[in-house]
Design a binder for this molecule. Structure first.
Ligand code: CP
Length: 294
């Protein structure tokens, strides 16, 4: 049994293998794994539609035993700590947990205390490794050769675990990564030289990755006025993209903020492919963590 906490923990060949496996599962080239000997629970302490539902669907499709958890009635509401909560699941012979939590690196204590399969479904503003994997699957599905692709990540970088997971990953696979955002959403952890003006690069990039404006994490920030015109994907910017460029957004999107609703379903938009790829990437992740034969 393994953990899946950050793609930085995996060798490049392991990530490559997860990408290839995700696509093979999607294209019905290989059978889905049978993980009927594994019992799992999904603990989402932060809201989620895509990640939660696609992990659940991936677990159903691989015949896992899934504990149904009502998060609003979990005893963390009564003050029980995360580590004590996990000990309960360990004691009732649950093999693995998919956890989303608002605390960065919440998993560090857990992996030191318990031998279980832990899957990080997002830790605060730090990482979202299953999203980064499905994003890489989506890029690979659209471009044979990843080396030298130009990727521009645009938006709320300061609060984005998606950006933090993707920047390192895409660079490891030889892509040129550029960032664009309002000054209030810039993040100092990224190199200064990566920041560009969105309109200087829009006609040069192969991949445009939009980020959600995370209003719920904006404690002391003023709202960015006219965000769509300044940093969003308007129809005008969409038309400037190269013919074979792709548009990505992890979702959920704020309509007419990061993206004009008229371009959401146009050809270059791969937003719905991303959601489908999320299912198959998560099957590959479950297989990586729990399949003894792998
Ligand atoms: N992309 C993503 O994590 O979406 P959810 O918050 O809906 O899971």
């Amino acid at each position: 049994m393994r953990n899946f906490l950050s793609l930085n923990d995996l060798e490049k060949h392991e990530i490559n293998s997860l990408v290839e496996q995700s696509l093979a599962f999607k294209n019905k080239e290989v059978a889905l794994p049978n993980l009927s000997n594994v019992t799992i629970a999904n603990l989402f302490f932060e809201a989620s539609t895509r990640t939660n539902a696609s992990f659940y669907q991936a677990q159903l499709k691989t015949n896992m035993n899934i504990l149904n958890i009502d998060m609003s009635n979990l005893s963390t509401q009564k003050g029980e700590t995360l580590i004590d909560t996990v000990e309960v699941f360990k004691a009732i012979e649950v093999d693995g947990l998919v956890i989303r939590h608002n605390k960065e690196f919440y998993y560090e204590d857990l992996v030191n205390h318990f031998f279980m399969g832990f899957i990080n479904a997002g830790d605060g503003k730090n990482e979202h490794p299953s999203q980064a994997l499905l994003d890489l699957v989506t890029i690979k599905e659209n471009f044979d050769n990843l080396e030298g692709l130009k990727v521009m990540i645009v938006g709320d970088l300061k609060h984005s675990r998606v950006a933090r997971s993707n920047v390192e990953l895409l660079k490891r696979f030889g892509m040129e990564v550029y960032l664009a955002s309002p000054s209030s959403y810039k993040d100092d952890s990224f190199e200064d030289g990566m920041y560009v003006n969105i309109d200087d690069m829009i006609d040069k990039v192969d991949v445009l990755m939009l980020l959600r404006v995370q209003n719920e994490r904006h404690e002391n920030l003023n709202k960015e006025e006219n965000y769509l015109e300044k940093f969003g994907l308007t129809k005008k910017r969409y038309d400037l993209l190269k013919d074979n460029a792709i548009v990505m957004h992890p979702g959920p999107y704020n309509r007419n903020v990061e993206i004009d609703e008229s371009v959401i379903h146009l050809d270059k938009s791969k937003i719905w492919e991303q959601v489908t790829n999320g299912l198959y990437a998560r099957i590959a992740i479950l297989n990586y963590v729990f399949n003894k034969e792998d």
